[in-house]
Design a binder for this molecule. Structure first.
Ligand code: HPA
Length: 273
């Protein structure tokens, strides 16, 4: 069992020397969404390679920066870049941003990601409010987190994602006139995209969007008593739906085209907190 408090103590010590304030909301920016950090008032930026033991993100579009920032008097901790399971890291390493958010005092977390659309009604460029994650119990890798979470408490997964925060995202979408799909985010390990038959299976099991991140971060945040919400940017139709090949380049390009409405939505959401 990994003792995450022990493992990351030097990293947290380093951060505690330089934190300018206690942030209220943490935001993890997904593939192609990194620019959001430039749209808020950044007070302090830390390069993750200056933090001892912080895993190095190897994925294009994931910058490895942590920003203490403000928007409309709300204090934010923004992670520009995330750690993926498919990069070869352990789940206990992938959740380091969430561990940091908790240690810095964040009570809420917004997880954004790029995802493929399993639901036939979803089009590239759509945003999806995550209403559910795929069954935590079938994600074997999460068992590594059992020792990190407080298993004695038999953490419930009822308000997960947090209904109150999801309501605020819905309100924000109404004010900003941004259409939102609502659905179930299905985690896959990656790194390759899915086979068409996998997609048919996930569809039958209720999946609306598929991606390679977020669920373990959300789970770890929830069992650490943070309020969790998540928005997916649908960058492509799922494997087998069109004759086109899936590529990370396409994911980044579509994310670039649609990120403006996601930015508007997130800014309004922050104002409603
Ligand atoms: N599958 C998995 N992850 C993804 C996809 C996809 O189709 N699109 C963006 N991230």
């Amino acid at each position: 069992m990994v003792d995450i408090n022990f493992k990351y103590a030097p990293l947290i010590e380093e951060l505690e020397k330089i934190v300018p304030f206690e942030p209220e909301l943490a935001i993890i920016l997904g593939s192609g969404l990194g620019d959001f950090a430039e749209k808020v008032n950044v007070v302090k930026t830390i390069s993750t390679d200056s933090l001892p033991g912080y895993p190095v993100s190897t994925v294009a579009g994931h910058k490895g920066k942590i920003h203490f920032a403000e928007y409309k008097n709300k204090k934010l901790l923004v992670f520009q870049g995330r750690i993926h399971f498919y990069e070869g890291y352990r789940i206990s390493e992938c959740i380091v941003p969430v561990h940091i958010a908790k240690k810095m005092g964040c009570k809420k977390i917004l997880l954004t990601n790029a995802a493929g659309g399993i639901n036939h009604e979803y089009e590239p460029g759509d945003l999806m409010l995550v209403q559910n994650f795929n069954s935590i119990n079938i994600m074997k890798e999460l068992s590594e987190l059992v020792g990190l979470a407080n298993i004695d408490q038999r953490n419930d997964l009822l308000d997960f994602p947090c209904k109150e925060l999801n309501q605020k995202i819905l309100e924000a979408s109404f004010i900003e006139k941004v259409d939102l799909q609502k659905g179930l985010y299905w985690f896959v390990k990656g790194p390759s995209y899915e086979t068409p038959s996998e997609i048919r299976m996930y569809s039958k099991l209720g999946g609306d969007a598929v991606g390679m991140s977020t669920v373990h971060e959300a789970y770890f945040a929830h069992v650490n008593k943070m309020k969790v919400c998540s928005i997916s940017l649908i960058t492509n139709k799922a494997a087998g739906y069109t004759s086109e090949k899936l590529s990370h380049q396409e994911v980044i390009e579509v994310a670039n085209l649609a990120k403006e409405k996601l930015e508007r939505l997130v800014k309004r959401f922050i104002m409603l907190l």
